[in-house]
Design a protein around this ligand. Structure first.
Ligand SMILES: *Cc1c(COP(=O)(O)O)cnc(C)c1O
Length: 457
């Protein structure tokens, strides 16, 4: 019985019968071939009906097609959402990317001299000014920055120990584990203190001839309250200086503006400039968190240290391309010019509730006669992306309910739409936070909710 596999159709037949799926034909053929080969290799006890088989293969193909990188509408209220691409670029940065990336450009060319120039010269000088630092450089992300710093500043095999507080050995979403980063960079970890308490003496007594560096990692993605203490940057810097070793601080989110007045429970996030002034030799932070630029890592601090990193062979593997360079250049130009509202995440952090309420009204009105109940609600937006974890920003939501379909199913249907609209479920409602939805997307939200209303009718 098991030997008779005549019911398994040919690859060609299945490809012909599949409903149109947005995949290149070779990809479709490969999926069908693989699925049918698996059936032949380990056949089920009974033949699968032809329609069910088509359905199975079509589901696999559709999944792949939908996994394409594409825009979504973010109704989660999480402003720097790591799964949704962190900071969206502003219009000027996006246009600069198009202009530079689609033409030849001055990436490594000095037009005055007519010869080879320095990569990233302009953007790195602007970043140094923004960070109030003697020098700055760009790499692919903050993790790469940390790897480069560790790798270039330790001295193998004799001085590889990096002293770090146990309370800072955090995992920062997406597999960023400080101990593993250290290991990958060839450093050895020396933990001091406890999860919630580390004293200056803990650091001081850990230093020995093998110690290469003191590293402080900003606890940016969670917030410990209560009996928590670690020495301030200025005191750590003095201990490091006395031992003639570098002191480096990984700031993670990299706030370059005052964060205390954002929403509720906000704290002052130290700026790169403040940390450097307090005595850190180098800081690193992400380009696509609070800075609002493209994925990148910014390293700022002492000029000799930055120069040393640039000479490291590893730098060649971690440097940024023209697309990142120009997107960061446009972002930093705007930040230095003080252009309010650009980058977009800065606008989302600051927009007032009355403005959001104004936008909510016409959306609710437009959906009044449909099969959904839509009302204006109050929500709490968050910064996200490992930035300002305690901060809550009062926000305005669209609260959606249907008498016949539950909120989780409503959320799933919106996610499957084109474009996908991502909301969240709370208090028996599907909720869309308007703070993270661009005003220019409001009409798309109306369209998506109209289609949702039809689907429940
Ligand atoms: C987010 C974060 C990182 C990782 O940044 P990437 O740019 O994603 O590499 C590193 N350290 C801290 C403290 C962070 O918050």
């Amino acid at each position: 019985m098991a030997g008779d596999l005549g019911w398994i159709p040919s690859v060609d037949a299945v490809v012909r019968e599949l409903q149109p799926i947005e995949l290149p034909r070779p990809a479709l053929v490969a999926i069908v071939r693989r699925s049918l080969a698996e059936l032949r290799a380990s056949p089920p006890a009974a033949p699968i009906p032809h329609d069910a088989l088509l359905q199975q293969i079509s589901t696999i193909a559709r999944r792949l097609s939908e996994s394409r990188l594409r825009p979504v509408i973010n109704g989660t209220g999480v402003i720097i959402h790591t799964n949704l691409g962190r900071s969206p670029l502003g219009a000027a940065a996006a246009q600069a990317v198009v202009d530079v990336a689609t033409q030849y450009n001055t990436l490594e060319y000095d037009v005055a001299a007519g010869e080879r120039g320095k990569r990233c010269e302009y953007v790195e000088q602007m970043l140094a000014i923004l960070c109030e630092a003697p020098s700055a450089m760009l790499v692919n992300n903050c993790a790469a920055g940390l790897v480069l710093i560790l790798n270039a500043l330790i001295d193998r095999p004799n001085r590889t120990r990096v002293v770090i507080s146990r309370g800072e050995l955090v995992q920062i979403g997406g597999g960023f584990r400080v101990p593993e980063i250290l290991e990958a960079a060839g450093a050895t970890l020396h933990e001091v203190g406890t999860t919630n308490q580390t004293t200056l003496e803990d650091y001081r007594s850990a230093l020995n001839i093998e110690t290469a560096m003191i590293l402080k990692v900003h606890r940016s993605n969670f917030y410990m309250e209560g009996f928590v203490a670690s020495p301030p940057t200025s005191e750590l810097a003095m201990v490091a200086r006395a031992a003639s070793i570098p002191f480096v601080e990984d700031l993670g989110s990299g706030a370059v503006f005052e964060t205390r007045d954002i929403g509720k429970h906000s704290v002052h996030e130290p700026t790169p400039g403040e940390i450097l002034k307090a005595g850190a030799d180098l800081v690193c932070f992400s380009g696509d968190k609070l800075l609002g630029g493209p994925q990148a890592g910014v390293i700022a601090g002492r000029a000799d240290a930055v120069a040393r990193l640039k000479r490291s062979p590893l730098y060649r593997a971690l440097r940024v391309d023209k697309i990142t360079t120009v997107a960061m250049q446009a972002t930093v130009d705007q930040l230095l010019a003080g252009d309010i509202g650009s980058p977009p995440v800065h606008e989302m952090l600051r927009i007032g509730e009355p403005d959001l309420r104004e936008r909510a009204k016409p959306i609710v009105d437009a959906l009044r006669d449909g099969k959904l109940h839509v009302k204006v609600g109050n929500g709490m937006a968050r910064v996200g992306g490992g930035s300002l974890p305690a901060t809550e920003i009062p926000s305005i939501t669209l609260d959606i309910r249907s008498p016949s379909v539950g909120p989780d199913e409503l959320a799933a249907r919106l996610r499957r739409g084109r474009p996908p609209v991502i909301g969240y479920v709370a208090d028996q409602h599907l909720r869309l936070d308007l703070r993270t939805i661009f005003p220019s997307q409001d009409c798309m939200v109306i369209d998506a909710l109209r289609r949702l209303a039809e689907s429940v009718a």
